[in-house]
Design a protein around this ligand. Structure first.
Ligand code: ATP
Length: 368
């Protein structure tokens, strides 16, 4: 029987439990044994009780659970070859040669490296007498498939990452709450949302809540953004609006790549010589990441988990490592490292203040 393991790695996101459930159930359906690696790569490096066989009913009820029940971690040891050697040994001890990883681009890059090194790692383990040559005989190739779990929607090559719509829904709900109190006191609120170097959550939250102004890293406002923002807020106020909502991505910058902070925006709106608005700052923080997944993320995680099992079973040594994406509502397989490269290109373009290029590259994520 083939043994397929699933793990979650990097930051958690809503929908990861639905991924694990789908992989375990589909593995059983395909007459394979299912395993979970607990605590991300840490579990692979340490082995023992952190690698567990999962019967069908072990994942019962997981669709509606937030976070990741098998744990996740950032594992320094896996960046180094000795850590990956230990991981390879633990895979062989458990008889696992197919791995499905749900994480961000870092986790998936690590997975691709592990697969590349696989035959060499096994040879080294045999040379060091950690394993017998006959132990490694059935495990010549390692099949790895990725799933992107992230609230940021920051991976190129897929329209949505698992968890981003749950975070967006949470932000909208929170902004609705804030709007009620803002309106009552005729106040302004500067709301910081997550997303690291990606503005998707801020931009979509702005659209979905009708915010007055939005700051994202990919498309900074002009050099005179302070005046532009104040003029627009004033215009809205003159139209009778009793509340002002400014959404700011945590990675927001100006045209010169200087960080734009909620305090800077607050001070502008509250300036006694200017708009003099009674202004508060709300940093939404981890409420965006925790909690249960919305229906879309449960559906996406389930369809992609099923496809991931099919993909690891079909992969050949020649198949490039892929991750499971969604493009125009179809579940697809995308070569992993090309998408990672394009994702990194956005960050490089932003750093080089080439914002048109950055926006162009991000655009492909939404329209491809
Ligand atoms: P998130 O987007 O939530 O941060 P991520 O997967 O990008 O998720 P990372 O911290 O970059 O998060 O990676 C998670 C783990 O994956 C690391 O702690 C490390 O164990 C492994 N990893 C990441 N990059 C590599 C790499 N280049 N080589 C080997 N292992 C890696």
């Amino acid at each position: 029987k083939k043994k397929i393991a699933v793990m979650t790695s990097g930051g958690d996101s809503p929908g990861m439990n639905a991924v694990v459930r789908a992989v375990v159930r589909m593995a059983h359906h395909m007459d394979c044994d299912a395993y979970c690696v607990y605590e991300g790569y840490e579990g692979l490096v340490q082995g023992g009780n952190l690698i567990r066989k999962m019967p069908w009913d072990a994942v019962r009820g997981w669709l509606s659970e937030g976070g990741t029940l098998i744990g996740t971690a950032r594992c320094l040891a896996f960046y180094e070859r000795p850590g990956r050697l230990k991981a390879a040994k633990n895979m062989i001890i458990n008889g696992i040669d197919a791995l499905i990883i749900c994480g961000g681009d870092g986790s998936l890059t690590g997975a691709d490296k592990f697969r590349d090194e696989w035959p060499g790692l096994l040879k080294e383990l045999v040379d060091a007498k950690e394993l017998d040559a006959k132990d490694i005989e059935p495990y010549k190739h390692l099949n790895i498939v990725g799933l992107v779990g992230s609230i940021d929607n920051d991976m190129s090559g897929t329209d949505a990452t698992i968890g981003c719509y749950s975070a967006l829904a949470r932000i909208c709900e929170m902004v609705d709450y804030i709007e009620a109190t803002a309106s009552s006191h005729s106040r302004a609120f500067v709301i910081e949302v997550m997303g690291r170097h990606c503005g998707w959550l801020a931009l979509m939250a702005g659209v979905a809540t009708g915010a007055d102004f939005v700051f994202i890293p990919e498309k900074p406002w002009g050099d005179n953004w302070q005046q532009e923002m104040c003029d627009l807020v004033e215009k809205h106020r003159n139209l009778g609006k009793r509340k002002t909502i400014v959404i700011i991505a945590e990675g927001a910058i100006d045209r010169n790549s200087n960080k734009i902070t909620p305090v800077m925006v607050h001070d502008l709106l509250a300036d006694k010589q200017g708009l003099a608005l009674d202004t508060r700052i709300t940093t939404l923080g981890h409420v965006q990441r925790g909690g249960t997944a919305v229906a879309y993320d449960r559906m996406l995680a389930t369809l992609q988990g099923v496809e991931a099992v099919k993909a690891v079973l079909e992969a050949t040594p020649e198949t490039p490592t892929c991750f499971i994406a969604i493009n125009e509502n179809k579940i697809t397989r995308v070569p992993l490292m090309e998408a990672v490269k394009e994702t990194k290109e956005v960050a490089t373009a932003i750093k080089a203040q080439d914002f048109n290029k950055a926006m162009g590259l991000r655009d492909t994520e939404f329209t491809d």
